[in-house]
Design a protein around this ligand. Structure first.
Ligand code: NIG
Ligand code: FE
Length: 371
């Protein structure tokens, strides 16, 4: 891997939104800055509305994430609020969250459903994502997460067949690129969702999984066997799981801020990376387990607790995340779109180090300055 230093002292020539040349920097009057590819957040739960601050307090007093979910709170509480919200409301809250991400250097982001939990409201969330895609400058990937929580109003079998019916409509209207399932204790187990995921694949959707976040239910291994494009969280994976993942094409998405926020263990990132598995980073931004959007803080935790090298952090947040989300971006190289961040510091490590400072000076998406 090239060191960041090699990219200093270059002019980036941009034409029609693309990088066309990198030439030695000649103009000594221009103040040198660090330029990196724009960041891609590989995993968020936008769109949502509302706060779960009360649950934050309950967990601080000893209740667990799963206890709150099983008592009808957690995802169900946000779902209640999302069902009440109009499409316009959902759109404007989400657009302002994404604007906040952009100010912190995020050019591309994954959005997903999963708080509708019925046909009408899952579709509502996906339509909001479509509208965000059409109106914001950011590169947005859309994921259908209908199987996010167990239904409260009906049997699991009934709910899964409803979501299967919905897949056809989502496919016809091109409302999602990915299908994701929360595969964990208290959510869905591999044997419950195998048919659903195979059907999703047959319709052309790419598969992702929330895998082994709370307990090891064999989700990461299952994802590798199903050729998922990514298994996410993987806090509880074993050496054998990592071995199996390293023999597959499945990526891993790491979100250390969720571990931090829930007071959980961290994913064995060093073992994962050292076994050759490509990793992406994301914020998991959601009101329950990760009300944290700042990439600098995710980077801080990645260096501190995942023991990632700064170069690995930058790679995971740019080219790897972009690739996972299906965007040809994330490199400062001729031919690539000019999706760039100009930082106020020349030292990349300052960004995760003093994570509360927003070091972003400008953000370019397809050569257009959006910040
Ligand atoms: O990635 N684990 C499942 N889903 C989210 C949390 C969603 C919520 O609590 O609202 C996660 O942690
Ligand atoms: Fe998540």
């Amino acid at each position: 891997m090239r060191k960041i230093e090699e990219y200093l002292e270059r002019d980036i020539v941009i034409r029609d939104g693309r990088i066309v040349d990198l030439r030695p920097h000649k103009n000594a009057d221009v103040k040198a800055k660090l330029v990196t590819p724009g960041l891609f957040d590989a995993h968020t739960h936008i769109p949502f509305v509302g706060s779960r601050a009360k649950e934050f307090y309950m967990r601080a007093r000893g209740k667990t994430y799963l206890e709150i979910l099983q008592a009808g709170g957690g995802i169900h509480y946000t779902s209640h609020l999302v069902r009440l919200a109009s499409e316009d409301e959902l759109y404007s809250v989400s657009a302002s969250y994404i604007a906040e991400f952009t100010k912190h250097g995020v050019v591309g982001i994954e959005c997903k459903s999963g708080y509708g939990l019925d046909k009408e409201n899952e579709l509502k969330q996906l339509r909001v994502i479509k509208q965000l895609k059409e109106t914001l400058p950011n590169k947005i990937a859309s994921t259908f997460l209908g199987l996010h929580a167990k239904p409260k109003e009906k049997s699991v079998g009934e709910y899964i067949s409803e979501m299967e019916e919905l897949l056809a409509e989502i496919s016809k209207e091109r409302l999602a690129d990915f299908v994701d399932v929360f595969c964990d204790k208290g959510a869905y187990l591999p044997e419950e969702i195998e048919d659903f995921l195979k059907f999703s694949k047959s319709l052309g959707f790419k598969i992702r999984l929330h895998a082994d976040e709370i307990e090891n239910v064999g989700a990461a291994r299952f994802g590798a066997r199903l050729e998922a494009v990514s298994v996410d969280h993987v806090l509880k994976v074993t050496k054998e799981d990592i071995q199996e993942l390293s023999n597959s094409n499945t990526m891993v998405t790491l979100m250390p801020n969720t571990s931090f926020y829930l007071g959980e263990s961290f994913a064995p990132a060093r073992e994962i990376i050292d076994s050759g598995i490509p990793v992406a980073l994301g914020s998991d931004f959601n009101p329950g387990s990760a009300p944290i959007f700042m990439p600098s803080f995710v980077m801080h935790l990645a260096i501190r607790f995942l023991k990632m090298e700064p170069e690995e952090v930058l790679t995971a947040y740019t080219v790897n995340s972009a690739h996972l989300l299906g965007f040809d971006s994330g490199l400062v190289r001729p031919g690539y779109p000019a999706d760039l961040v100009l930082w106020k510091t020349n030292e990349f490590l300052n960004i995760p180090y003093m994570w509360q400072e927003n070091f972003v000076e400008h953000v370019l998406i397809n050569g257009r300055m959006v910040v």
